[in-house]
Design a protein. Structure first.
Length: 547
């Protein structure tokens, strides 16, 4: 062992989840060290969808604009998903504005989604993290293991360049180290579910002239429905980079780069000199860890949940894990959080992960090969009618996968010990259509207050007490009680914006992660603050009558 370092939080892994946690902590002036075994971020060209909820977190961190600027095709590029027999074949149907990427302001959210390669997102996150004085990122540093007692975690990390190991002492350890997580193995958590739902390839290739060689409209993704090579294909980045994903690949199949290029020709029906840059095999599974915590060590992102990528939930869920856990760890280190805060991380996130896994598995159940019907590529009126019928069926089956605001924004932490329950407060399925709700535990309903000014922009870094109606009572008392307890609370008066109907109350308490903690017509007292900050559970319900 060469030396010992000390930091409040050690994060293992500099993917989107690890970098997001570093930013969440660093934005709150909580020092942390991120160790990453590779020499940089952005190795694998995987996810391409940054959902609106993730961009809302980037807006809160001040970098949503930077991500928009990094878009390879511009944020106005149509985010349409086009189903066709082949890229060079017959169109079947189109789902417009998939994932809600249209940059036009929408009343339901403060940020549109964005189609952008994950490696570009990681670069934006890395650059911002490195501007935060509290954040240190160490590349070529491989986590080897840890031990802990009631106060300290001692982790062994190996400097891969110099071949020496060192110790990092921390208050907390967070494993953001992906599907093969060493932290998960050390915690003793077990992945439950099904491995190997399908076997697939992600192929990245350069194809000069391909965008002009087909007659289909511009889009972010083309589902190729044919008997030869059912697959997905689409533009990925500048330099005429594309991705290609044959689905349901046989178990023993292996592709050289030349064979992969031939596969692209066969799938698209377009003969061009394709330059295959990488072939990345991946297996679709539905797996979730049986626990997310051991003492002072936690799991986030792919380290504790894995599911098929259809719907684009995986990376986005990891960022949301980081936000949930990040503000809670910060509260503990700042001295105002209670132990129930850390317990609530798994209580809140794991049931949602289970729901989203089910959603992704349902999307995965119908892939290109499952949609194929004989005769689709024939000519004549019968073939045209068959394509029209199939197009209508595809639109009905796949609409929810690409119009997914219900999943992205419609979840609610109903069983959390940090929220004030209401009558009828019970877990519900994720909705097909998103309808904003201020029920405690849900994402705070959004409203534009002026062009470019979101209600969310007024929220503080701690808790926010929204005054929605002039007849709300007890706001001054809430501020005094929060000050006495050392709990950060910002008072925001928005009575002029007519939001009481949207929130169903005259006041609403918003958590640091923009979820509703409580709503009512009058402040119910310091016990409420104690509960939402993770202190001793109190018998608090929302909507109590005012005395």
């Amino acid at each position: 062992m060469e030396s010992t370092s000390r930091t409040p939080v050690l994060i293992v892994g500099a993917g989107p989840a690890g970098l997001a946690l570093a930013i969440e902590l660093g934005s709150r002036s909580i020092p942390c060290i991120v160790v990453e075994r590779n020499d940089r971020v952005g190795y694998a060209p995987r996810a391409k969808t940054t959902h609106s909820r993730t961009r809302e977190h980037l807006r809160r961190w001040g970098i949503a604009g930077a991500l928009a600027e990094a878009s390879p095709f511009g944020i106005d590029y149509p985010s349409d998903v086009i189903f066709a027999t082949r890229l060079g074949g017959h169109p079947l149907t189109t789902i417009r504005n998939a994932f809600n990427c249209d940059p036009a302001p929408d009343p339901l959210y403060s940020e549109h989604a964005q189609w952008i390669p994950q490696y570009l997102l990681e670069e934006v996150l890395r650059r911002h993290a490195e501007t935060l004085p509290a954040v240190e990122i160490r590349f070529n540093a491989e986590f080897e293991g840890f031990e802990q007692d009631g106060e300290t975690v001692r982790s062994r990390v190996r400097d891969r360049e110099r071949g020496v190991s060192f110790i990092v002492e921390s208050d907390y350890l967070v494993g953001a180290d992906g599907a093969r997580s060493t932290v998960r193995e050390q915690i003793g958590a077990r992945m439950e579910g099904r491995y190997g739902l399908s076997r697939n390839y992600n192929i990245v290739f350069r194809a000069p002239g391909l965008a002009d060689a087909h007659r289909l409209d511009r889009g972010i993704m083309y589902w190729q429905v044919n008997a030869d090579v059912p697959s997905l294909i689409g533009p990925m980045d500048r330099g005429e980079l594309w991705f290609f994903m044959p689905t349901g690949v046989p178990q023993d199949a292996r592709f050289s780069r030349e064979e992969a290029a031939d596969l692209i020709r066969k799938a698209t029906g377009i003969d061009l000199p394709y330059e295959v840059l990488s072939t990345d095999e991946w297996v679709a599974s539905e797996l979730i860890a049986d626990r997310y915590r051991l003492g002072r060590a936690f799991l986030i992102g792919d380290a504790c949940h894995l599911h098929p990528p259809f719907g684009g939930y995986g990376m986005n869920m990891g960022v949301a894990d980081s936000v949930d856990l990040g503000w809670k760890i910060a509260a503990m280190l700042d001295g105002w959080g209670g132990e129930a805060l850390l317990d609530s991380y798994e209580t809140e996130r794991r049931p949602l992960h289970r729901q989203v896994i089910d959603e992704a598995v349902a999307n995965h159940a119908v892939l290109s090969g499952d949609l194929y019907e004989p005769g689709l590529e024939d000519e004549g009126t019968e073939a045209e009618a068959a394509r029209a019928r199939l197009g209508a069926r595809i639109a009905a089956i796949k609409q929810r996968e690409f119009k997914s605001l219900g999943v992205v924004l419609g979840y609610c932490y109903v069983d959390s010990p940090l929220i004030a329950s209401e009558d009828g407060h019970a877990a519900k399925p994720l909705p097909a259509i998103y309808v904003p709700s201020a029920q405690p535990g849900c994402v705070a309903p959004h409203r534009w207050l002026a062009p470019g000014e979101s209600l969310y922009d007024l929220f503080g870094p701690g808790f926010t007490l929204l005054i929605l109606d002039a007849d709300a009572k007890g706001a001054d008392r809430a501020i005094a009680e929060a000050t006495e307890a050392g709990i950060p609370l910002k008072l925001v008066d928005v009575t002029q914006h007519d939001l009481a109907g949207l929130y169903g109350a005259r006041m609403a308490l918003i958590r640091p992660d923009q979820h509703v903690a409580w709503r009512g017509d009058c402040w119910t007292g310091s016990e409420l603050l104690l509960m939402v900050a993770g202190g001793q559970p109190a018998s608090i319900t929302a909507g109590q009558p005012c005395s």
